[in-house]
Design a protein around this ligand. Structure first.
Ligand SMILES: *Cc1c(COP(=O)(O)O)cnc(C)c1O
Length: 395
């Protein structure tokens, strides 16, 4: 029996496509329906909802009492900025590990904050490895924190966070993680991987709607962070201190989004938590990648580095393949795909997350095959440069 038996899937005839994008993504009908009532932010019922959200998120992180969860208004990037501004002291220095757009954004955030930072830039997708982190930390004793991206959504690579954590703590420094597109589907258990704080948001693997994010942080660390923040509204310490005292968010919370998120958490638990969600996304990816490869498409990454979150494909070399046309044709069939972010060769991305199962992924592949045929593309093989590029990546 399908998990989605009772779901009303988006109806392309009504103009609502599946979102094969890494958030906002396709949500369950019951998640959308949870927004059909109003809540007073001060009221005890809503305060209990906030507490339940935090308790459930801490359980997902495997916390046994050492960590706290602080929700923050805004999209994921607001929460990344909040985390960096709060956890890095003004005289701290951050080593940012970048292999794509989100690592670059973290480095740019540090520049806006006006705090010392240095970047290991691995280009479009090469993974930062533990040994180079160790080397960089050894070379620069001023570095206090390492900032890593868990799943770099711009290529879909799953970065080796365990290696990075070991190198960071091996050198006596502290790790901050952007696990935006991984948390809830990829294990980030605090008992297994050491870090001080991580950030994720409502509209990724928990499958809520956009409107807030959350920081999960070691309590003893957060307690030392008073006065670090450059920003009133993005001060994680102040938000936490206020919530401790009153059970309330400091400023207007996105009440409907929180209600929807609670329903999304219920569905997440029903599916078997992190393991269950990881299993569904992995199957989505495997069915989709196998089907696309059968059509002749090639993935940017070798299998070892593919995340079950989003997959980058090279655009075919055939001059009849024009991405914008492919996009519009896929949309007309009910599927929104995502442009690529590689600087070297043309690419596009297909997400595996959201309220979709492998039956939907089979339809995605079928639609892609039809679009190629309609465009007169006879081979989906990428240009030779693309494969030379990929060969640089270790298996
Ligand atoms: C989605 C995402 C973000 C946040 O992006 P917003 O557009 O601000 O929600 C940050 N980091 C990663 C890795 C992401 O996937």
């Amino acid at each position: 029996m399908s998990l989605f038996q009772n779901d009303a899937f988006p109806d392309p005839a009504k103009g609502e496509p599946f979102l094969l994008t890494p958030g906002p993504l396709t949500t369950a009908l019951s998640v959308k329906e949870a927004m059909l009532r109003d809540w007073g932010s001060w009221d005890g019922d809503f305060r209990a909802m906030t507490k339940s959200v935090c308790d459930q998120l801490l359980a997902l992180a495997g916390d046994t009492g050492d960590f706290v969860c602080v929700p923050m208004q805004g999209s994921g990037s607001y929460c990344v900025e909040a985390m960096l501004g709060t956890f890095v002291p003004r005289d701290g220095k951050v080593l940012v590990l970048a292999n794509g757009a989100y690592g670059q954004r973290a480095a740019e955030t540090m520049r806006y904050l006006g705090r010392a930072n240095t970047v290991i830039n691995k280009g479009d997708y090469m993974p930062p490895r533990g040994d180079e982190v160790a080397e960089a930390l050894q070379a620069d004793p001023l570095i206090t924190h390492v900032m890593a991206i868990h799943c770099e959504t711009s290529s879909g690579i799953l970065n080796p966070i365990d290696e990075i954590s070991e190198a960071t703590y091996g050198a006596g420094r502290k790790l901050l993680i952007d696990s935006m597109s991984a948390f809830g589907a990829i294990d980030l258990d605090v008992g297994r991987i050491r870090y001080e704080a991580m950030v994720s948001s409502a509209n990724k693997c928990i499958e809520g709607v956009p409107g807030f994010g959350f920081v999960i942080a070691r309590k003893s660390e957060l307690e030392e962070c008073q006065g670090h923040s450059h920003s009133l509204v993005l001060d994680v310490y102040a938000q936490w201190a206020n919530m401790q005292k009153t059970g309330q968010w400091r400023y207007t919370p996105p009440t409907h989004v929180v209600a929807a998120f609670l329903e999304a958490l219920r569905l997440h638990a029903q599916e078997g938590g992190v393991a269950g969600r990881c299993a569904r996304y992995t199957k989505n990816r495997d069915v989709m990648v196998a089907g696309m490869r059968a059509l002749g498409f090639e993935t940017l990454l070798k299998d070892r580095w593919l995340s079950p979150i989003i997959v980058t494909f090279f655009c075919p070399a055939d001059p009849r393949f024009v991405f914008n046309e492919f996009y519009e044709r896929m949309k007309a069939k009910g599927f929104i795909i995502y442009p690529g972010k590689l600087t070297v060769v043309e690419s596009f991305r297909i997400g595996c997350i959201g309220r979709m199962d492998s039956a939907v992924m089979t339809r995605v592949v079928k639609a892609a095959g039809e679009c190629l045929a309609d465009m007169g593309v006879t081979s989906a093989a990428p240009p030779a440069e693309a494969l030379i590029e990929r060969a640089k990546l270790a298996a």
